[in-house]
Design a protein around this ligand. Structure first.
Ligand code: NDP
Length: 476
């Protein structure tokens, strides 16, 4: 390890306190010990619960009734976990077996709602962390949606359309009996875009003999909403604008680091360009590009075709455009060089734990003072601590990327009313929702004595609505 990184590591370890700056309540310590013992080999789930439990110390001190009603213990236990075999046949006629999941985490404030992820890394622990985060995120949106997450260890990369279709049909052949417009409404996530939602919806409709709003992210001809594809990326940028607004600043002229090159990243870049910011990076699981001149609308159109139609690798961007640096992933590195470039804003939009303590320190050194998370839990607990200690504008995923599920909620409303709103109408509603999430986070952080701490704000504001609903509904 280089000397610079050793120093950074020492800095990361030296910093006291995390989100609350105080010592942990014995209650939270005991709870974490129990979570780890009861859910072994699920590090991402432990991480998500720990971050939230630390914020909630502030609430539990003031509201002991939540402790006696065991609200936190109940919230971290899924209402239902479904795990099932997904058999399918590839183009060579070989039988293939994958594992399917749906974690129905909490339905106290509405039907279960949350995406499906198809990626080889998918396992029970990752989906439980995502479902847990989803409960609080959905509560923040102000819409009546419970939380869930699902998916499979199936890898759509390199598969033909026919293979993806047969897999999706087999997956839905089990899932259809557990979901419905008033029960559980899945959507997309990593590896699940418009194509996959189409195949899943087709099979649901065939099995149930009904046309219902049972999935969101649908095509416009068959019940989809305008702006749903754009919503998560646009929402993350709206959230960043709100954070910058508290300092009297805008995104105009700001250099921005964006990771990933999928749905969230593409529309983050689109909105950044519209607001006259300068996005300079994109990545995929094999490497990243750095385009010092800035990614323009024309270059973004190339990325959209590359990723959504040709399903190619981001390296091709550097082959196509002059002056672009491509850096392949080096698994030996303990940091990601994408986060070392000079910028003012960062939008991690690929996957969980893509910013560790070193990366967070690199971002600060490179001049970044606003981070809006498009991805779910892209920052490790060490990284979060670095951001909070530095007092930068740090918008955690459950607040900053809530625009996607919020617009899914708007799709559900349009389906129920059997009408379609215009692009402007949906975008305005999305914008208003992101403003209200930002306001709720900020006001809640103030109210609990940690001004500017969006982590505490999001965790507590999301928790209170679910917790009070659970108190009202008795021991279920
Ligand atoms: P996509 O599948 O469209 O894109 C994912 C991108 O991240 C791809 O560039 C992919 O590269 C990269 N990626 C995925 N896994 C890894 C990995 N293990 N290591 C490095 N890179 C990786 O997904 P989305 O854009 O929809 O989702 C991105 C993030 O945003 C996820 O965290 C998701 O949970 C979150 N999110 C998405 C929402 C949505 O509406 N879609 C809503 C809220 C949050 P490659 O192609 O090489 O795999």
């Amino acid at each position: 390890m280089s000397d610079i990184l050793k120093t950074l590591e020492a800095e990361v370890e030296k910093k006291p306190g995390r989100s609350t700056g105080g010592s942990k309540l014995v209650y939270v310590k005991n709870l974490m010990a129990e979570v780890k013992a009861k859910n072994p080999a699920e590090p991402e789930f432990h991480q998500a619960v720990e971050e939230v439990a630390e914020s909630l110390q502030l609430v539990l001190e003031q509201r002991p009734e939540y402790r006696s009603a065991k609200i936190l213990e109940r919230i971290i236990e899924p209402e239902r976990v479904l795990m099932f075999r997904v058999p399918w046949q590839d183009d060579q006629g070989t039988y293939r077996i994958n594992r399917g999941f749906r974690i129905q985490m909490n339905s106290a404030i509405g039907p279960y709602k949350g995406g499906l992820r198809f990626h080889p890394s998918v396992n029970l622990g990752i989906l439980k962390f995502l479902a847990f985060e989803q409960v609080l995120k959905n509560s923040l949106t102000t819409l009546p949606m419970g939380g869930a997450k699902g998916g499979s260890d199936f890898d759509p990369k390199g598969k033909s359309d026919g293979e993806v279709m047969r897999f999706c049909q087999s997956f839905m052949t089990e899932l259809f009996r557990h979901i419905g417009p008033d029960t559980d409404v899945p959507a997309g996530d990593i590896g699940v875009g418009g194509r996959e939602i189409g195949y899943l919806f087709g099979q649901y409709r065939r099995l149930k003999n009904e046309f219902a709003g049972v999935l969101t992210g649908k095509g416009l001809n068959w019940g989809g909403s305008l702006i749903r594809p754009e919503a998560t990326g646009y929402g993350a940028v709206y959230f960043a604008s709100e954070m910058l607004g508290t300092k009297g600043q805008t995104l105009e002229g700001k250099t921005c680091l964006v990771s990933g090159s999928g749905n969230v990243s593409q529309y983050t870049v689109e909105k950044l360009i519209q607001l006259k910011a300068k996005p300079v990076t994109l990545s995929d699981s094999e490497g990243y590009i750095y385009d010092e001149a800035g990614i323009t609308a024309e270059k973004l159109a190339f990325v959209m075709d590359l990723k959504n139609v040709r399903r190619g690798r981001i390296k091709e961007y550097a082959d196509k455009f002059k002056g672009v640096l491509y850096t392949p992933v080096d698994p030996k590195l303990d940091h990601n060089p994408l986060w070392t470039h000079k910028a003012q804003c960062a939008f991690p939009s690929a996957t969980q734990n893509e910013i560790n303590g070193f990366d967070a320190a690199h971002l600060l050194r490179g001049g970044v003072y606003a981070v809006a998370e498009g991805a779910n839990m892209p920052t490790t607990l060490d990284g979060v601590k670095v951001f909070l200690d530095a007092g930068i504008l740090y918008g955690p995923g459950k607040a900053a990327n809530a625009g996607g599920v919020a617009t899914s909620g708007l799709e559900m409303s349009q389906n129920s009313m059997r009408l379609s709103w215009t692009r402007e109408e949906v975008d305005n509603r999305l914008h208003l929702i992101m403003k209200s999430i930002h306001k709720a986070c900020r006001e809640t952080a103030d109210q609990f004595g940690t001004p500017g701490n969006y982590v505490n704000g999001a965790n507590i504001a999301g928790f209170l609505k679910v917790a009070d609903s659970m108190m009202d509904q008795g021991l279920v």
